[in-house]
Design a protein. Structure first.
Length: 234
């Protein structure tokens, strides 16, 4: 018996292979792009975490593919961390180019920049990344900074270290109704202002941490920021 293929079957087979090659090519391009971004972040002193690291055990077939094609082919970066434990207590001066690449990570959910120094335009850029759900901005968040952060509509957790926010910022929290966790570390707000913030965020847990010393934070943040700013001014 001779096996015959009609034109329609051949067309479907050819189309299947063309789409498969196109998909693999697209994934390979994405992997190269993500690998480049990860390299830039690590060179700057940061740490990245992939989705499979937070989603539990990786299936055996995925481990096999990772070992042959690289972790960036199938896994997405979900966290970028510049916390004290990630950067050995240093303050990292992040340039615009590195910060600008964060928006190229479509599955970025957690962003910790608590031990970085970024300029105003970089913060504006970051606040337009709508995938972020957990955010720790650089130390010393101002009222103006908080107004920008309020534009992150999917934000569920916000940690502010040594915030320089005032009572006037209370109304900004009206724009952050998806927030579920607000952590204020070493703040200078009055108890009455904290109560107002809690009323603005009825669905959020507001936690105050007022006992952390510079040693517990891993560095003298104020002195380090002043030194960095002095170098920029020179």
């Amino acid at each position: 018996m001779r096996f015959q293929l009609n034109i329609r079957t051949v067309f479907i087979i050819v189309l299947f292979f063309l789409l498969s090659f196109a998909f693999v090519g697209h994934k390979a391009q994405q992997a190269r792009q993500q690998r480049s971004i990860v390299s830039d972040i690590r060179k700057a002193g940061g740490v990245v975490e992939y989705d499979y690291q937070t989603n539990g055990t990786m299936p055996a077939w995925r481990q096999w593919l990772h070992s042959r094609m690289g972790v960036d082919f199938l896994a997405d970066v979900s966290s970028v961390l510049f916390a004290a434990t990630n950067v050995d207590g240093r303050i990292v001066d992040l340039d615009k180019a590195t910060v600008g690449r964060f928006s190229e990570l479509p599955e970025l959910v957690v962003l910790d920049l608590s031990h970085t120094l970024i300029d105003d335009s970089s913060l504006t850029h970051l606040c337009n990344i709508q995938s972020i759900e957990e955010f720790s901005p650089p130390t010393g968040t101002s009222d103006r900074d908080l107004a920008k952060i309020s534009g992150m509509k999917h934000l569920r957790s916000l940690t502010l270290i040594n915030p320089e926010i005032s009572e006037a910022c209370v109304n900004i929290f009206n724009e952050m109704q998806n927030l579920r966790i607000l952590t204020l570390i070493n703040h200078k707000l009055k108890p009455a202002t904290i109560s107002k913030i809690e009323r603005k965020l009825p669905n959020a847990e507001v936690t105050e941490v007022l006992v952390m010393t510079p040693e517990e934070l891993g560095l003298d943040i104020v002195e380090t920021l002043e030194n960095l700013q002095r170098k920029k001014d020179e």
